[in-house]
Design a protein around this ligand. Structure first.
Ligand SMILES: [Zn+2]
Length: 69
């Protein structure tokens, strides 16, 4: 029996440490985490197509994210 495993959706991964910023949600001044987000299509769990890559930063305490200035 053969199953075609196909997936599509938003993908995000941590790419390193960001700047020290004050969070608008929790008001803490901490080092944020750089995040790369994109839309991705995968086949058999292997990414075959990705588009719309955007880099954002996320608060290390509450998880609030904001676009990289
Ligand atoms: Zn926060």
């Amino acid at each position: 029996m053969f199953f075609l495993i196909f997936g599509a959706g938003k993908h995000e991964k941590e790419v390193g440490f960001g700047e020290y910023r004050t969070c608008l949600r929790c008001n803490n001044h901490t080092q944020w985490i750089k995040i790369e987000k994109c839309n991705r299509v995968s086949l058999f769990f292997v990414p075959v197509l990705s588009w719309g890559k955007v880099q954002t930063q996320r608060c290390g305490i509450c998880g609030h994210s904001a676009l990289t200035p």
